[in-house]
Design a protein. Structure first.
Length: 648
């Protein structure tokens, strides 16, 4: 019978073994968790009693994607999992691996995807028999596709590598090389000696790869970006073999948290990087050509709504929209055509299928909400069988040309209207000049009569003087209009006391308004000591004189008021009357040159109608604006705004 001490010793041994088992299981779990993050597939394979190959472990992204994780396939045969046809192709490699040799089967096709499978003998019994094989599967479908595309562009390469399997390198915590698989040797052409450490490698220290190594010591799984490496530069005894590699770096910790290994999985991407560099150079050249070209190049589908499949980046300079706006949004192009042009363009597009070529002009809405005119020349691309496959075309901004065309049309219309108005104006002027001339000539002849009384003679002389003054005013207005039309009217800025000007005008017109029984008032908003501004005194005087004379002329009863108010940085002058008024449709035309408006109430009033157009021109020369508020039969109010310039 065992003693109590023996039982205690046995229990201690059991507890120790249980702990070792737990540590091993924990370590295995941590390693499995790391393996599960890889984008490939790592598995373990053994044999059952019938000698069939069965899966013991299966993890990784491919295992998840195809439903062959450990808990789903453990104990199943490889034949059951991949099927008879695939198994017949890969069986020799399993036999080779279980025979003690490294086996690799590339471009294993399953479910229309290509894989590379590496089989490594793992567990060997004392009699030398292999009882377990470790496998690594890598999906190389995208690599093959990329290589196929690269072959078309790279003329200097005889062939592109059909696949790039990962190599595996295991380092100890100090970065010394522990072991590597065959792919590693194929990649680097040598195996580091025992004295080499990745932390001491001068090439690694010069790249950000070194910082990633330090991060891995803290437990991170790191995807290393491509780096160029040549072992010969670290030690001349290694082969001169510069390569570009992409790597995955991850640590392996014990259950105690102690770092046990650093695992590196390398992939040779030298050819890919060279091809990418060549492609990038080609793309840069193409982008430069497209961006420096004023025309926007595009391709689109042949079916409505003609979604775009490509557009050059300089479309942003033209419209403000990103190229992605055109490519990702169905109907983006048609929805941004001006509504008035949209139906026309939809009808025009089918013409390209009849002739193979068509040019359209339409307005397109930019990102800022404004429209530009574009010339859109489109051609159709056909397949070898004559089927339309794509539309290709270009845009050119023709907004300036369209604007010039519109301006030419407007200028032509204005010229024609100006000719018409000038003809009517000259006809009216001939009447206006003839009337006072007839008065002068007629009453001058009457003065020859020796029998005229003194009163009659004075009356005739007064009529002649009045007609002469009227004729002189017409001539002065014509001279001013001529200067304005030819751009010869100058502006003379000087200090002007506007209160003094208004007082003078009040005294000047007071007698005339009293004679017509009209009330005349003046409004001044500034004190006499504060009302000096910089302006053209004579032109302000002429503007107010014309407006007041006009008010007296067309007002038979009531009142006339004139003056000014301060509006921010401007002076707002006004002249108001209770006269005949102006209709809405004539208020704009009355200020235009060569236009004399008949309001319906104004017939019988003499005058050439130039005073208001001269006033408008003077206001604009002084940097201001003029406008009218009026109603027929109730009077008019003329306003003009001038900048309030106290000094220069």
């Amino acid at each position: 019978m065992a003693t109590r001490e023996q039982l205690n010793e046995e229990q201690k041994k059991i507890l120790y073994l249980e702990k070792k088992l737990a540590d091993a299981q924990q370590k295995e779990k941590e390693l499995f968790d790391i393996i599960d993050t890889l984008d490939g597939h790592i598995f373990r394979c053994g044999k059952n009693d019938k000698g069939e190959f069965i899966l013991l472990f299966s993890e990784g992204e491919i295992a998840r994607e195809y439903g062959i994780r450990t808990d789903q396939v453990k104990g199943k045969t490889v034949r059951q999992i991949i099927g008879d046809e695939a198994y017949r192709r890969i069986e020799p490699y399993y036999k080779k691996a279980f025979g003690g040799e490294f086996a690799e089967y590339r471009e294993f096709l399953l479910d229309n995807r290509y894989f590379s499978v590496k089989l490594i003998p793992s567990q060997i019994r004392s009699d030398g028999r292999i009882v377990e094989v470790v496998g690594i599967t890598q999906d190389i479908t995208e690599v093959r596709t990329f290589q196929a595309e690269t072959r078309k562009m790279a003329e200097v390469l005889d062939r592109i590598i059909e696949f790039n399997p990962y190599s595996i390198q295991i380092l100890n915590p100090r970065g010394h090389h522990v072991r590597a698989n065959k792919a590693f040797l194929e990649l680097f052409k040598t195996e580091p000696d025992k004295g080499w450490s990745i932390f001491d490698d001068p090439q690694i220290k010069q790249q950000e790869f070194y910082d990633m190594l330090l991060r891995s010591l803290k437990g991170e799984v790191v995807q290393i970006p491509p780096i160029w490496y040549n072992a010969h530069l670290s030690d001349p005894k290694y082969p001169n073999n510069p390569i570009c590699i992409g790597s995955v770096l991850f640590p392996v910790f014990l259950s105690t948290g102690e770092l046990e290994y650093i695992v590196l999985m390398h992939e040779d991407i030298t050819d890919r990087m060279k091809a990418q560099e060549a492609l990038q150079k080609s793309e840069k050249r193409m982008k430069h050509l497209l961006s420096s070209n004023p025309a926007v190049i595009y391709t689109s589908e042949v079916e409505e709504p003609w979604n775009w499949t490509f557009i050059s980046e300089n479309v942003t300079n033209l419209t403000g929209h990103d190229p992605a706006d055109f490519l990702r949004n169905d109907g983006f192009w048609t929805n941004h055509i001006h509504p008035e042009d949209r139906e026309k363009i939809k009808k025009e597009i089918p013409r390209v299928f009849r002739s193979g070529h068509h040019i359209m002009e339409y307005r397109f809405k930019c990102k800022n909400g404004k429209y530009i005119w574009v010339l859109d020349e489109t051609k159709i691309v056909y397949t070898e069988n004559g089927e339309p496959v794509e539309l290709i075309g270009y845009w050119i901004d023709i907004s300036k040309r369209k604007k010039a065309d519109r301006e030419l049309v407007i200028a032509k219309e204005r010229a024609e209207e100006s000719d018409r108005l000038k003809s009517a104006f000259l006809a009216n002027m001939s009447h206006e000049i003839r009337t006072p001339m007839n008065g002068i000539m007629g009453f001058a002849d009457l003065l020859k009569d020796p029998d005229l009384s003194e009163d009659e003679r004075n009356e005739y002389i007064g009529i002649i003087r009045k007609s002469g003054n009227r004729l002189l005013n017409i001539i002065n207005d014509l001279i001013n209009i001529s200067k304005i039309e030819s751009g010869q009217m100058s502006v003379k800025y000087e200090e002007t006391n506007i209160n003094e000007q208004l007082d003078f005008l009040f005294r000047f017109f007071e007698a005339e308004t009293r004679q017509k029984n009209l009330e005349l008032t003046v409004v001044k908003s500034l004190k006499d000591s504060e009302c000096a501004i910089m302006t053209d005194k004579e032109k302000v005087y002429a503007i107010l004189t014309n407006l007041i004379k006009n008010a007296i002329k067309f007002t038979e009863e009531g009142a006339i008021q004139f003056g000014y108010f301060i509006r921010g940085e401007n002076v707002e002058f006004f002249v108001k009357d209770t006269g005949i008024g102006i209709s809405k449709e004539n208020q704009h035309a009355i200020l235009e040159r060569f236009i004399q408006v008949d309001s319906g109430f104004s017939s019988g009033y003499e005058g050439a109608g130039l005073g208001l157009s001269i006033s408008k021109a003077y206001v604009e020369l002084l940097g201001g604006k003029i406008w009218i508020e009026s109603e027929l039969g109730k009077g008019s109010a003329f306003y003009f705004l001038l900048p309030l310039k106290k000094h220069f």
